[in-house]
Design a protein around this ligand. Structure first.
Ligand SMILES: N[C@@H](CCC(=O)N[C@@H](CS)C(=O)NCC(=O)O)C(=O)O
Length: 292
């Protein structure tokens, strides 16, 4: 791979060498399944196929918030999709999400299963289905959806741009890191100014806009992403910090962050979630680990 100023792109790009970098083994320029594999189906109305990344965590926080509100229909089975092993290219997963990316949700509560993919679309689907975390009044709803879609457009610059070139690319390219660090700091400032004037992202109430933005930008502010907290001076974004700390206090956020998580403290990882009592088992593990 050439990353020097000497590189001249050929007339036609061809896939003839590994791209390098952390995801080299799963990246490919074609869509569709690589192998036959059905998805498992549990006993609950909602089946989630995901992984505890920022995009996955949005959905598990939403489901846990709905359950905390008493919406029993939001009971779910969360199955683990190991994207590093290529599970997202199994035929069953591709049928649930032709884009082969977590998260994917299948709603089996009606006569015909409904597939929902893209985390923003899943949050909106659940908010509408259960009448929660999305304001009904036109202006407040528009504000909430504007921030929801802001997240969908902004985060690829954070993850695919900054995170990729700062943490995962096989060589450190100053131009790319500068370009995306500048954009991510601008995005943090957008949020910081908004949160200086508003308790939550979309106004005075907690909505799907907070749930979508928190795992990315709250995570960045709390130093969970790319080991980049110092590099980006995240402590300077005081209002983002205030908001992230406030969300972290929510029990549903704590639970949602554990589901489908495969890194960090073993007691914080609930690889699959099939029942509310699964969290209690993890709490017992934590107590036992602290006592030993
Ligand atoms: N815009 C999508 C992005 C989903 C996404 O990028 N998922 C990543 C993990 S965070 C993934 O599944 N990557 C696997 C791959 O690219 O093969 C969403 O918000 O749902």
């Amino acid at each position: 791979m050439t990353s020097s100023p000497d590189y001249v792109p050929p007339k036609v790009w061809t896939w003839n060498k590994p791209s390098g970098g952390r995801f080299a083994t799963i990246n490919r320029p074609i869509a569709g399944p690589t192998h036959d594999k059905d998805l498992p189906v549990g006993r609950h109305p909602l089946q989630l196929y995901s992984l505890g990344t920022p995009n996955g965590v949005k959905v598990t926080i939403m489901l846990e918030e709905l359950l905390a509100l008493g919406r029993r229909g939001a009971e779910y089975d969360a199955w683990l999709i190991r994207i590093g092993d290529g599970d997202q290219f199994g035929s069953g997963f591709v049928a649930a999400n032709p884009n082969s990316k977590i998260p994917a949700l299948v709603d089996r509560s009606g006569p015909t299963p409904i597939r929902v993919f893209e985390s923003g679309s899943i949050l909106l689907y659940l908010a509408e289905k259960f009448g929660a975390f999305l304001p009904a009044e036109t202006g407040a709803r528009a504000e909430c959806l504007s921030w929801l879609f802001w997240q969908m457009g902004a985060a690829p610059y954070l993850g695919g741009g900054f995170g990729h070139f700062y943490a995962y690319a096989p060589t450190k390219i100053e131009y790319a890191i500068d370009r995306f660090a500048m954009e991510v700091k601008r995005q943090l400032d957008v949020l910081d100014r908004r949160l200086a004037e508003s308790e939550y992202i979309a106004g005075g109430t907690y909505t799907i806009a907070d749930i979508a933005i928190f795992p990315w930008y709250g995570g960045l502010a709390k130093g969970w992403l790319y080991g980049a907290a110092e590099f980006l001076s995240v402590q300077d974004y005081k209002h983002v910090q205030r908001w992230a700390d406030m969300l972290l206090e929510r029990p549903a956020v704590k639970r949602g962050r554990m589901v489908n998580r495969i890194s960090g403290e073993p007691s914080s990882q609930l690889h699959e979630r099939h029942d509310a009592s699964d969290f209690a088992t993890k709490t017992q593990d934590k107590v036992a680990a602290a006592a030993s």
